[in-house]
Design a protein around this ligand. Structure first.
Ligand code: FAD
Length: 320
């Protein structure tokens, strides 16, 4: 609820922007949270002055205990403490959290970032942290910057010390260890971010026997994100990765010193239906398998079509 001066009625909650909603049917969705806030606000407005003062006292106490992580309802302004360019168009940003706190979010969840345009209107977009979910004192996101992207234009102005407003976490994907024998991941570009969270969760749990096979689409070897992390994960028996490089050739990769190593598994070309068919278990085994998809809108659409054409059902995949 917005700041209240005793005796005065608070401002009504701010309605989410359409872009606050990722469209994935999160529970709760930003709109559910808004409805809840409106109901609370209406209840508060109907109270007597005394009741309002007592309710505020309780709310302030609860807020000070819960200030560990971000809020689902309010944006929190956080400071950027580090910026690293990873590829030509993708940058890693580190944000400071209040001391000794972590994001306290679940695998596969995302945050919402908000910025104010020059004309006073707001823009918001979703981003998925790639740092460990229990990482204390900070979190990191990797963001692809689009020259004409509405949020990208704000982000490209950020420097160390700049502040940005975040809320969350949101997202309805719930990972359960050993629920499936195999998880096939189809990702491109920054779509690796939610996959990183799931991979980390699986390989760091020695009681989780889920096998993960990632098919990761990038233009060239220089566009592969989180390569060091993926290399580390290859040491685990239950993780494998195939890099699908759409805009380079074996000769170029050999001639051009990059992140690829001789033992890396590489396909030269886009992720097509034939590649998906060869990399995924047949539909007869679909019940014990699950597919995770994350990339651009057109990539997601193509991958969903491939998976359905292969014979998997809607309940066998999740698009972040
Ligand atoms: C759950 C979730 C998690 C995400 N996590 C991440 C993450 O970790 N990292 C990350 O980088 N991104 C992530 N995204 C994507 C992110 O939310 C933004 O969509 C992305 O950063 C682009 O935002 P933008 O405002 O800069 O660009 P936008 O203004 O949305 O535009 C994006 C691109 O589309 C083009 N475009 C815009 N409008 C049109 C149009 N009308 N016709 C044709 N082209 C157009 C722009 O030129 C630009 O190239 C995630 C998205 C979701 C839903």
């Amino acid at each position: 609820m917005a700041k209240n001066i005793e005796g005065e009625l608070p401002e009504p909650p701010t309605k989410p922007l359409d872009s606050d909603c990722c469209g994935n049917g999160c529970t709760p969705c930003v709109y559910d949270i808004y409805d809840e806030e409106v109901a609370q606000w209406q209840k508060f407005c109907e109270m007597s002055g005394e009741e309002r003062a007592a309710a505020l006292n309780t709310t302030n106490k609860i807020t000070s205990v819960a200030s560990n992580s971000l809020s689902l309802t309010h944006y929190t302004s956080l400071t950027i403490t580090d910026i690293k360019r990873i590829t030509e168009d993708t940058v890693l940003y580190r944000f400071a959290l209040p001391p000794n706190t972590s994001l306290n979010m679940c695998v596969g969840q995302h945050l919402v970032l908000r910025a104010r345009n020059h004309d006073g209107t707001m823009v918001s977009r979703q981003y998925t942290p790639i740092s460990k979910l229990d990482q204390v004192n900070y979190f990191e996101v990797i963001i692809k910057l689009y020259p004409s992207g509405a949020m990208s234009q704000h982000i490209s102005q950020w420097n160390v010390g700049s502040r940005a407003e975040w809320k969350g976490p949101f997202g309805s994907f719930l990972y359960q260890p050993n629920k499936f024998e195999r998880i096939a991941m189809l990702a491109c570009g920054t779509g690796i971010a939610p996959m990183v969270q799931v991979i980390r969760q699986v390989v760091e749990n020695e009681n989780d026997d889920t096998r993960i096979h990632l098919v990761y689409g990038c233009r060239t070897q220089h566009d592969i994100l989180m390569k060091d992390f993926l290399d580390e994960c290859r040491q685990y028996w239950n993780f494998s990765v195939l890099y699908a490089l759409s805009n380079t050739s074996p000769q170029e990769v050999l001639a051009d010193k990059g992140t690829l190593k001789y033992q890396d598994n590489v396909h030269y070309g886009r992720i097509t239906f034939d590649l998906v068919t060869s990399e995924m278990p047949p539909p007869s085994l679909a019940a014990s398998n699950f597919v995770l998809i994350c990339g651009t809108k057109s990539f997601d659409k193509d991958m969903i079509n491939c998976v359905l054409k292969l014979g998997y059902a809607k309940c066998h995949y999740f698009k972040f």
